[in-house]
Design a protein around this ligand. Structure first.
Ligand SMILES: Nc1nc2c(ncn2[C@@H]2O[C@H](COP(=O)(O)OP(=O)(O)O)[C@@H](O)[C@H]2O)c(=O)[nH]1
Ligand SMILES: [Mg+2]
Length: 231
C-alpha cells in the first residue's frame, strides 16, 4: 500500500526541507510527498523550486495565500496513494509515528487513525491556553459527533485515500480539522487513536494558528456535525 503525505506550507523556510527528509526516512517504503506552497513570502517558494526533481515528490504552488485547508484541497486532487496523512511543515510532529498508524489501516482494522498528543507520550510543555483550547474543542466535537477522541485538532489524521478523495472539503483555513472529523464520524468510519509525541513551537518560531481559529472551530464543529449534510 502506498502512503501519500500532504505537506501544506506557508512561510516555513527553516523547516520544510527537514520535514521532507524526515518523511522520506519515516519507515513506510512506498510513499509520495505532495507539498503545497501557499504563496509563501519568506523564500520557501524558491527553496522548494531548487529541490532536485524526484519521482516521490510533487510540488504545487498557489498564486495567492488561501490557508491550510485550501492547500489540502489542492493536494486532494493530486493524491495517487492508498492512504493519506497530513504533515505540517514545522517540526511539531515526527513522521517516525507513521508506521504504527499505517499498520492499522494496512491490516484493514481502521479507516482512519488519529495521532493523539494528549494520551501519554512525550509533550514539550505547551501553553495553558493552547492545551486547554484543544481540550475544549475536542470535548465539544465529541459532544456533537458522539465520538470519544482525546485530540480532535491533531494534524496527524491518517485516512484511507478513497474516503479522503471522496470528501467535499470546504474550509480554507484551520477549520479543516473539525470538518474532516465530522465527515468521518458521519460516515461511521472506524477511527483509531494512537499516542504520538509532540514538540510545541512558540509563535516567535512561526506558529500561525491563533485564538480566532479556535473560535471559528466552534462554529465549524456545529456546522459540519449538525447543519451541513453533504459529506
Ligand atoms: N497552505 C497553508 N498552510 C498554512 C497556512 N498557515 C499555516 N499553514 C501551515 O499549517 C501548518 C500548521 O500551522 P501551525 O501554525 O503550526 O498550527 P498548528 O500546528 O495546527 O498549531 C504549518 O505547516 C503551516 O506552514 C496557510 O495560510 N496556508
Ligand atoms: Mg504546527
Amino acid at each position: 500500500m502506498k502512503l501519500s503525505v500532504i505537506i501544506p506550507v506557508f512561510n516555513e523556510v527553516n523547516t520544510v526541507c527537514h520535514v521532507i527528509d524526515a518523511v522520506r526516512k519515516c519507515g513506510v517504503k512506498d510513499l509520495e510527498i505532495i507539498v503545497v506552497d501557499d504563496c509563501s513570502t519568506d523564500g520557501t517558494t524558491a527553496l522548494l523550486d531548487s529541490l532536485p526533481p524526484s519521482p516521490d515528490l510533487v510540488i504545487a504552488h498557489h498564486d495567492h495565500n488561501q490557508g491550510k485547508g485550501a492547500g489540502i484541497r489542492t493536494a486532494q486532487k493530486l493524491v495517487t496513494g492508498d492512504v493519506v496523512i497530513i504533515q505540517d511543515a514545522d517540526l511539531e510532529y515526527s513522521p517516525t509515528e507513521f508506521p504504527q498508524m499505517f499498520q492499522l489501516i494496512e491490516e484493514g482494522k481502521a479507516d482512519a487513525v488519529f495521532g493523539s498528543r494528549y494520551s501519554g507520550r512525550i509533550i514539550l510543555v505547551d501553553t495553558w491556553i493552547h492545551y486547554k483550547g484543544n481540550q475544549w474543542l475536542t470535548g465539544f466535537s465529541n459532544f456533537c459527533s458522539n465520538l470519544h477522541l482525546t485530540d480532535m485538532e491533531t494534524c496527524y489524521k491518517m485516512i484511507r485515500a478513497d474516503l479522503f478523495k471522496s470528501f467535499h472539503l470546504e474550509c480554507n483555513r484551520f477549520g479543516f480539522e473539525p470538518e474532516i472529523t465530522a465527515k468521518l464520524s458521519r460516515l461511521h468510519a472506524r477511527i483509531y487513536e494512537v499516542p504520538i509525541a509532540y514538540t510545541a513551537r512558540p509563535y516567535d518560531e512561526g506558529k500561525k494558528i491563533g485564538w480566532k481559529d479556535g473560535v471559528a472551530a466552534l462554529w465549524y464543529i456545529l456546522k459540519y456535525n449538525w447543519f451541513v449534510h453533504r459529506i
